[in-house]
Design a protein around this ligand. Structure first.
Ligand code: ADP
Ligand code: MG
Length: 363
């Protein structure tokens, strides 16, 4: 794969140059990381390679042949597949229907459901998935949905597969399976492009790392010859300590408890207790499935609780629905932004105002 002088300008009221004159090459069967800070153009680069939208300038060659994909399915037909950063599935359909969408096996002009389920099930078993081909997608966890995206790319038998931050919502066990599969693909000659922020993953698995910053190509590093510091230096353009230090004092007021949660119990968690002080940032740590999101949703009134109490500024708070929490002055930024955080067919203005419309009412 070879990109030459690749550029991308996003048109709009104010055109924005997201990629400037990118040149890079990937050898057949190589496992290359594409790294860079948020907004540096990684997803834009992959979207061009995969025909999601065209480049504004420059060329891409695959196997020596210059390609101009008009859309993503042309790229797929050419043999390059992508596992997207955002999970894209149709929740009302089954796992098998999602996996085989557009390529359903047919018999006498009708979809052969039995064969479709069987093909999907085989694919899931290869990925050690514990859910079934006939399950509804909507019932799966975020990590399981991500595995569907991976399974979808695998069944295309592509020559180039790119992964855009695939492990962000996977559990440790799922990550392990994913890398086993990637290494198998690599052995069979598949070329892998891999976007991730996780240093340990990159060093353990990738051959080289191509670094972007502010839409510009910075360098490509041979990972066996460099250190984590070298990589970070290339990414941010200066030396940074691996462990950030707090330079400003915390504004937390230890004598002022704002939120007091006691023995909170819900469907996915039991007896959760903590106190949050004024001005404090409290982190919730745990593996995928540990119940972090569920605790926040319960406090916010998005899910039912089965016991325990929440006090807010010394008063008992009992949010039965999110509106109660909003009225009390509690906001939640959801994990699953695309499905729960925004209404995509409304404007930015409407989305921002939707939870505080009262403010804009005329009396
Ligand atoms: P990364 O994947 O490295 O985080 P992206 O490729 O998503 O970066 O984005 C690169 C830059 O292009 C960012 O500044 C982003 O805001 C901008 N950008 C991305 N998509 C669009 C779009 N559809 N329209 C306008 N600007 C965009
Ligand atoms: Mg991205």
């Amino acid at each position: 794969l070879e990109a030459k002088h690749l550029g991308k300008v996003y048109e709009g009221k104010v055109p924005y140059t997201a990629l400037h004159d990118i040149n890079f090459q990937v050898e057949e069967g190589e496992f290359v990381a594409i790294m860079g800070p948020s907004g540096s153009g990684k997803s834009t680069l992959l979207n061009i390679l995969h025909g999601v939208f065209p480049a504004s300038s420059g060329t891409v060659k695959i196997g020596g042949q210059e390609v101009h994909f008009a859309n993503a399915s042309e790229a797929i037909n050419f043999g390059i597949a992508k596992v997207h950063q955002e999970i894209s599935v149709i929740p009302e359909m089954t796992v098998a229907q999602n996996l085989m969408l557009g390529k359903e096996p047919c018999k006498r002009g009708l979809i052969d459901h039995k064969k479709m389920n069987q093909m999907a099930q085989e694919l899931l078993e290869k990925l050690h998935c514990s859910f079934s081909a006939e399950d509804k997608i909507g019932d799966l966890t975020a990590g399981e949905k991500q595995m569907i995206g991976i399974a979808k790319a695998l069944q295309l038998n592509a020559k180039v597969i790119s992964f855009d931050e695939p492990t962000a919502s996977l559990s440790d066990a799922e990550v392990k399976i994913l890398f086993e599969i990637i290494h198998e693909l690599k052995k069979s000659g598949v070329t892998i492009l891999y976007i991730s922020h996780k240093m340990d993953e990159i060093f353990e698995h990738c051959d080289r790392a191509t670094i972007l910053r502010d839409g510009k190509y910075i360098t490509t590093l041979e990972l066996k010859n460099c250190t984590e510091e070298d990589l970070i230096h290339a990414m941010v353009g200066r030396d940074v300590s691996l462990f950030a230090k707090r330079t400003k004092p915390s504004r937390c007021d230890k004598n002022n408890v704002v939120l007091k949660v006691k023995n909170l119990t819900g469907e996915a968690f039991q007896n959760v207790s903590f106190e949050l002080n004024k001005g404090e940032i409290l982190g919730f740590f745990g593996l995928v499935g540990a119940g972090r999101t569920e605790v926040m949703r319960a406090i916010y009134g998005a899910d039912k609780t089965a016991g325990g109490t929440v006090e807010y500024n010394g008063k008992l708070l009992n949010c039965k629905k999110p509106t109660d929490a909003v009225q009390a002055g509690i906001a939640l930024i959801s994990e699953n932004r695309k499905e729960e955080g925004v209404i995509p067919n409304l404007s930015n203005m409407d989305n921002i105002a939707i939870s505080s419309l009262k403010k804009y009412q005329k009396s």
